[in-house]
Design a protein around this ligand. Sequence first.
Ligand code: ZN
Length: 164
Amino acid sequence: MPNYWKQTGIPHKGWNLIDVVDVREDGQAEWETHYESCMMCGNEKIRYVHILKHPEVSGEYRVGCVCAEKMTGDYINPERRERDLRNRAERRKNWLSRNWKVSKKGNWYLKIDTHNIGVFENKTPFGYKCRIDSVFGTIIYKSIAEAKMGLFKKIEDMKEHGEW
Ligand SMILES: [Zn+2]
C-alpha cells in the first residue's frame, strides 16, 4: 500500500468531502465485513470510509478520518459525519431489543417519539409488512426481524429528510 503523504504526485490539499460510509452499516458479523484501507496513507481496517474528490484527480479517494481532515483542511465535518454514523450503528444495535408490544390482533407495534409503528403478517404471499402511523408499507419481508429493520431504515431516512 503506497503512502501518498510521502509522494508529490497526489495533491495533499484541496480535496472535497463527498460522503462518509459505514462498511458495516447492516450490522453484519466481523468476518463478513469488507473493511477498507486508506488510499492515502495505507492504514488498514477502516470501517468509516471518507470519500473525497479533487478537481485535478480523476476518480474518488477512500480514506480514513485523519487523512480526510488533512486533505480537506476541514477538522469538523469528517469527524462529525463519522460520529453520526457511529451513533446510527448504536441505535441500530438497540433497535430490535426495544420494547415492542403485541396487539390484540397479534401485530407487533412500538410507540416511538410521537409515532406508532407496527409489523403485521401478510397471508399471501406469506411474510411481514410494516406500518408507520396509518401508512402501510408494500414491501413483504421474510421475517419479523427483517421487517423491523426495514422500519429502522425508513425512519432513519425520514429523520434525515426532516419528515419524522
Ligand atoms: Zn489515511
